[in-house]
Ligand binder design. Structure first.
Ligand code: SF4
Ligand code: SF4
Length: 775
C-alpha cells in the first residue's frame, strides 16, 4: 500500500461512537510457536501478508489518526497496546522510538495509557529500562506452572519457554521495573489443574491476572472431555472458590468484571458484559482490523478494508462490523437478548459466537459455561424470567402489527422471538439439568443435535407446549426430565441414532410434535432408542414419521404409537394436539385422545376454516399460517356455545370447542391468533405500565378488565370486526357494527387512561388509525 503525502483531513463524523482502545501490531512475527495461537494457528493467515515490523512512518500515521479522533471526540484518555506476534522482536530501540512517537503526538490531546502484551521471552533489563522510561505497562502470557505452560507455549523446535517467561516476570517484579508490570494473561486448558495454575500465577505476584477461554466457535467447538456440560465454568469456578478463600489477593479481570456487572457497573473485559467494544486493531502495514481474536473464525474475518493512511478512526468506528459491537444488547442474537444473564455475560467474546452460515448472530459457543459462571460468581437468581429485550421489535414491526393483520414478516419475527425465549429458558434450565441424570442426558443430546441438525431442534423447540413445559419447569411445576423427550423428538426428526432414558407420564412417553408412545407402566423411566427416524422401546419399533403422523384418521395401533394428526398447510403443518401432557393450560378441560374418526372430522374442518380465512380474510391468513402450529380440541360447553382460547405460555397453540360451522371456526381462529400475536409483542415489548392496577369496563365482559385484558380484547375484536366487514349480508354487517363499536370505545378508553408506555400508545394509535380507515 502506498502512503499519500498527507492524511485526509475532513472533520470527524459526529455520529460514530468513539474508539478508545487501539491494538498496534508492532511486529507480525513471533519467536514462539504456541499451538493455541489465534494469530498463527487458526484459519486466518493474513499475518503472512504483513510487513514484519511496523515502520516509523506508519507509527506516526497511527498516532496522528488516534490524536485526530481523540480531539474530535474530546477523549480524556486512550489506551494503546503494543502487540504482535511478539512486540519485543522489534528491539529495544524501535520500541522506545515507537513509544516516543505515540506519546509526542497523542499526549498533547489525551492521556495515553500505553501498554504492551508480550510472551516475555526476549525481555531484558535494557528493554525494561526503555519500558520504564516511556511508561509502558507490560502484560506477560503464562499458562501456569511449567507443565501447564509447556502444553502449548513452546518454541518452534518444541523446547520450553517457561524458564524464559519466569525470568521476564522476575525482572518485572524487581523494584526497578515493577512500575511496568501490568499482569499475567493465562489461557485456560482443562488438562491443567486450576488450583495449580492459580498458585503458579499468584507466585509471580502479578498486579492483575486475566483468564482467557481458548479460542473456539460453533464450527470448531471447544473440547468438552467426558461429555461434561460446563467444564470451563467448573475450571474457572475452582479458581473462583480458592480466590475467594484467599481473600481475593489479586484482581482477576474476568471475575472482577462479572462482580462489577453484578453491582450495576460496567465490565472491564471484552469477554463479558454489555459494554461497547470500543477497540480497533492496526496491523503492521497500517490497515485497520477488528479484534484479532476473530482470526480464529475464518480467513479475513478481522479485515475492514480500511487503513490509517486513507481513513480516519471514525471510518473504522463506522464500519458495520465494528459499529454493531458498540450497540450493546441490540447487537446480540435473539437468544442472548432474551437471556436472563445477558447483562453480565453480554454474549461472551465476539469471536466465540461465530458459525458458518449466520456469522456472529449466535450465543457464545461457551454459552452453558458462561451461564453457570455468571450465576455462581454474581449469585444471580436461577429462576429469573428471561430479560425482556424491549428493543427487539422495531417500530416498523410494531406499526405493522398494530394495523390489525400484519405481514408474514412481522409474524415471522414474533415466531423468532418465541424461539429465542424458549432457548433462553432451556439454557436457564440446563444448569439444573446437571443434577438430574435423565435431563442431563437429554440436554447433552440436544446440544449435539443443535450443532449438527439445527432444523430438527428448531422444529421441536417451536412447539407451543415445549415453552409451556419449560416455564412450568422453571417454576417447579413440571418435571425437568421431560427435556429428554424434547431431545428424543429432535433426534427422531434428525433421523440420528440416540439411546437415552426418557420419563413416562400417565403411561405415555411424549415426543413433542410427533405424538406419544404407550408403554404399559404409569410412571418411571424407560430406555428409548431412536434410529433413522424410528423409535425402539422394549422390543417394539414404531415409525413416527411425518407421513404417517399426517394421516388425519389414523387410529392408535397395537404398537402403542399415538401419532399427532395434522393438517398440511403450505410450507408447514397444523397439528391437532391431543397427546401432549402440557396442553392443559386453558380454563376448559381439554379433550382426551381422539378416535381416528373424530380426528378426521377436526382436521377436515380446520382445513376448510383455514381455506376460508385465505379467501375472505386474506390479510390475517399470513399470521394464521405463520404462527398457528397446534389446535387443541376442548370439551364441548354444556350450553353448546362455541369457545376458544389462547394461552400466553403456549405461543402458537389455540384451543377450541367443537364448532359445527366452518365460518365460525375461521373467525375463532383469527380471533385467537390475534391473542397470540399480541402475546408475542408483550413478550418483548412493554405496552403498558405493569405496576398500574387500574381496570376498565368493556362492553364485551361483565367484569372490569385490567389494561392487558383490554388490549387483548380490543386487538382480537378489531380483527373480528375486520373479518365481518368483508362478509356479505345484513347479519354480517350487524356483527361488524357491534365489534367495531366495542373496538372504538375500548381504544378511546385505553388512550384516556394514561397507563400506556410510548410503545403502547403508538400501538393503540395504530389500531385507531385502522379502525378510522374503515368506511
Ligand atoms: S506468544 Fe502469542 S503470538 Fe506468539 S505464538 Fe504464542 S500466542 Fe501466538
Ligand atoms: S445466551 Fe449464553 S452466551 Fe448469550 S448471554 Fe446468555 S449465557 Fe451468555
Amino acid at each position: 500500500m502506498s502512503r499519500p503525502s498527507s492524511l485526509r483531513s475532513e472533520p470527524a463524523g459526529p455520529t460514530v461512537a468513539p474508539l478508545t482502545q487501539y491494538v498496534l501490531k508492532l511486529v507480525s512475527r513471533c519467536d514462539l510457536a504456541c499451538d493455541h495461537c489465534y494469530v498463527y494457528e487458526h484459519p486466518d493467515q493474513s499475518w503472512r501478508r504483513q510487513p514484519r515490523v511496523m515502520d516509523p512512518a506508519t507509527v506516526q500515521a497511527v498516532a496522528e489518526r488516534i490524536a485526530e479522533h481523540a480531539a474530535a471526540h474530546r477523549l480524556d484518555v486512550v489506551r494503546v497496546v503494543l502487540h504482535g506476534g511478539e512486540p519485543l522482536l522489534a528491539g529495544a530501540a524501535r520500541l522506545g522510538a515507537t513509544a516516543a512517537s505515540l506519546r509526542s503526538v497523542i499526549g498533547p490531546v489525551a492521556r495515553l495509557d500505553l501498554r504492551m502484551q508480550s510472551n516475555g521471552v526476549l525481555l531484558t533489563p535494557a528493554t525494561c529500562d526503555v519500558l520504564v522510561a516511556h511508561d509502558v505497562k507490560v502484560g506477560i502470557s503464562l499458562d501456569g506452572d511449567r507443565a501447564a505452560n509447556d502444553r502449548h507455549r513452546r518454541h518452534a523446535n518444541g523446547s520450553s519457554s517457561h524458564h524464559q517467561v519466569l525470568r521476564a516476570l522476575s525482572l518485572l517484579r524487581s523494584p526497578a521495573y515493577r512500575a511496568s508490570y501490568a499482569g499475567i494473561l493465562c489461557t485456560v486448558d482443562l488438562a491443567n489443574d486450576p488450583i495449580r495454575v492459580y498458585e503458579a500465577l499468584l507466585a509471580e505476584e502479578p498486579p492483575h491476572i486475566d483468564f482467557l477461554l481458548p479460542h473456539a466457535n460453533w464450527d470448531n467447538p471447544p473440547a468438552r472431555p467426558d461429555g461434561l456440560a460446563t467444564p470451563y465454568a467448573d475450571w474457572l469456578l475452582a479458581v473462583h472458590r480458592r480466590w475467594l478463600a484467599d481473600g481475593r489477593p489479586v484482581p482477576i479481570r474476568l471475575l472482577e468484571s462479572l462482580l462489577s456487572t453484578a453491582s450495576g457497573h460496567g465490565s472491564h473485559s471484552e469477554a463479558v458484559g454489555l459494554g461497547p467494544a470500543d477497540l480497533v486493531v492496526v496491523e503492521t502495514d497500517g490497515t485497520f482490523e477488528q479484534v484479532d481474536s476473530l482470526k480464529s473464525a475464518f480467513d479475513g474475518a478481522a479485515a475492514t478494508g480500511l487503513d490509517v493512511f486513507r481513513h480516519r478512526v471514525d471510518d473504522a468506528a463506522a464500519h458495520p462490523a465494528i459499529a454493531v459491537r458498540q450497540t450493546g444488547l441490540a447487537g446480540l442474537c435473539a437468544t442472548c437478548r432474551a437471556c436472563p444473564v445477558v447483562g453480565h455475560c453480554g454474549g461472551g467474546l465476539y469471536a466465540h459466537r461465530y458459525r458458518a452460515g449466520n456469522g456472529f448472530d449466535n450465543p457464545s459457543v461457551y454459552c452453558p459455561d458462561l451461564l453457570r459462571l455468571v450465576r455462581v460468581v454474581t449469585a444471580a437468581p436461577v429462576a429469573d424470567e428471561p430479560t425482556r429485550p424491549t428493543d427487539s421489535l422495531s417500530p416498523r414491526v410494531l406499526d405493522d402489527l398494530a394495523s390489525g393483520p400484519g405481514t408474514a414478516g412481522s409474524a415471522e419475527q414474533l415466531a423468532a422471538v418465541h424461539l429465542a425465549l424458549v432457548r433462553a429458558l432451556l439454557v436457564a434450565l440446563s444448569e439444573r439439568a446437571a443434577g438430574d441424570p435423565v435431563a442431563a442426558d437429554g440436554w447433552r443430546l440436544l446440544v449435539q443435535l443443535d450443532d449438527a441438525h439445527p432444523d430438527a431442534v428448531r422444529a421441536v423447540l417451536a412447539h407451543p407446549f415445549v415453552r409451556r413445559w419449560a416455564r412450568r419447569c422453571r417454576d417447579g411445576a413440571a418435571e425437568l426430565s421431560h427435556l429428554a423427550c424434547v431431545a428424543a423428538a429432535a433426534a427422531v426428526r434428525a433421523r440420528v441414532r440416540a439411546d437415552l432414558p426418557v420419563p413416562v407420564r400417565d403411561g405415555l412417553v411424549s415426543l413433542p410434535t410427533l405424538g406419544a408412545l404407550a408403554v404399559g407402566v404409569e410412571r418411571g423411566v424407560v430406555r428409548l432408542v431412536t434410529d433413522d427416524g424410528d423409535v425402539r422401546l422394549a422390543g417394539r419399533r414404531v415409525t413416527p414419521d411425518a407421513g404417517r403422523a399426517g394421516d388425519p384418521a389414523r387410529e392408535d395401533g397395537p404398537d402403542g404409537w399415538l401419532p399427532v394428526r395434522s393438517v398440511g398447510l403450505d410450507g408447514g403443518r397444523l397439528l391437532l394436539e391431543d397427546t401432549d401432557p402440557h396442553r392443559d393450560c386453558y380454563d376448559l378441560p381439554v379433550q382426551p385422545r381422539l378416535s381416528g374418526a373424530a380426528a378426521l372430522r377436526w382436521t377436515r374442518q380446520l382445513e376448510r376454516a383455514v381455506r376460508r380465512i385465505d379467501a375472505e380474510a386474506t390479510g390475517y391468513a399470513a399470521g394464521v399460517r405463520t404462527l398457528l402450529r397446534a389446535v387443541v380440541p376442548l370439551g364441548a360447553e354444556p350450553t353448546g356455545r362455541f369457545r376458544s382460547a389462547a394461552a400466553g405460555t403456549a405461543f402458537g397453540a389455540v384451543a377450541v370447542t367443537p364448532v359445527s360451522d366452518d365460518a365460525a371456526l375461521a373467525v375463532l381462529l383469527v380471533h385467537e391468533v390475534q391473542h397470540l400475536k399480541l402475546g408475542g409483542v408483550l413478550d418483548v415489548c412493554d405496552l403498558f405500565d405493569r405496576a398500574d392496577s387500574r381496570t376498565l369496563r368493556v362492553p364485551w365482559r361483565d367484569d372490569p378488565r385490567p389494561v392487558e385484558g383490554v388490549l387483548h380484547g380490543v386487538y382480537a375484536h378489531l380483527a373480528v370486526a375486520d373479518v365481518w366487514r368483508r362478509r356479505p349480508g345484513p347479519a354480517a354487517e350487524g356483527h361488524f357494527r357491534r365489534y367495531r363499536a366495542w373496538t372504538d370505545g375500548a381504544l378511546d378508553a385505553l388512550l384516556d387512561l394514561g397507563a400506556l408506555t410510548p410503545a403502547g400508545e403508538r400501538f393503540v394509535r395504530g389500531m385507531r388509525a385502522t379502525v378510522d380507515g374503515w368506511p
